[in-house]
Design a binder for this molecule. Structure first.
Ligand SMILES: [Zn+2]
Length: 48
């Protein structure tokens, strides 16, 4: 009787990062630029 309720809870909510315009999941740190709620959380190596 095991059902994967994750499929019900997981919604395809994708937002656009205001910092880099990359699509990211809300409530998550943007993987592209490392910004979350206007603050830089992760240090993304953007240097060449
Ligand atoms: Zn971003």
């Amino acid at each position: 009787m095991r059902r994967a309720y994750n499929s019900v809870l997981t919604l395809p909510q994708i937002q656009k990062c205001p910092q880099c315009d990359e699509p990211y999941r809300p409530h998550r740190v943007c993987p592209a630029c490392g910004f979350y709620k206007g603050r830089q959380i992760l240090t993304v190596e953007a240097k060449a």
